[in-house]
Write a protein of this length. Sequence first.
Length: 259
Amino acid sequence: MKQLLFLLLLLPCVAWSQKQSSLYVCPPCGPCDTLVFHQPGICPHCGMELILKNAINDPKMTICFYLYEGVEILDFAGPMEVFSYAGFKVFTVARTKAPLLSQGILKVLPDYSIADAPPADVFAVFGGDDNIAADDPEVIAWIQSRDKATNSYFSVCTGAFILGKAGLLDNLTVTTFHRSIANLQKAVPKAKVLEHVRYVDNGRIITTAGISAGIDGALHLVAKLKGADVALKVAQHMEYDKYVPEQGMIVSHATATTK
């Protein structure tokens, strides 16, 4: 009798579990994260292939976007679009929480200041009036203090000067905005600065060329962390038909290959 009662109590739990296991959602992309479907297929809103809901159990990877007065809009807005749709958690940090102006046009309100910013898996910096950050000892010291908690770095355009000032580009092959190649080589003499390449991936550190190249570098990082199919779907969603997988230099130990 006790066994029968136990089975009767257990049946609703089993049914609920089976029902949960057959629910589908689209991969984390932001706009569609709360939608639930009862059959496999394609999300009608973002076009991504649906996956089982219980397959999503990993916390979102976090990316810290360091911004400053005069930062280039597309430098950070392009990668932000990529990482957002790929399901990463992006937050912005500046020296203070005061509003800053991007290219004298766009007012940005940072999520955090360097005094209270949480750690992040990826630290990203961008071009523009980069000397504001690169020549600020407090900002550079803050970047260096977070190094042990940072898995990887990502720079767009002249944001590479900020990483270089923090000592992160020494003995690496890197790139930057096409008009700043010689200046970066002078600023970081221990690095090898390349021109005519969309991005350079050193494993832990990815540097990209100017402005729109940040989108290519961001898609490359998505492909690296989440798979080529996810990066391709993000590019298609953005209608970014310029995307060519692995259109950059990937440095493996002492060997560099261009693809």
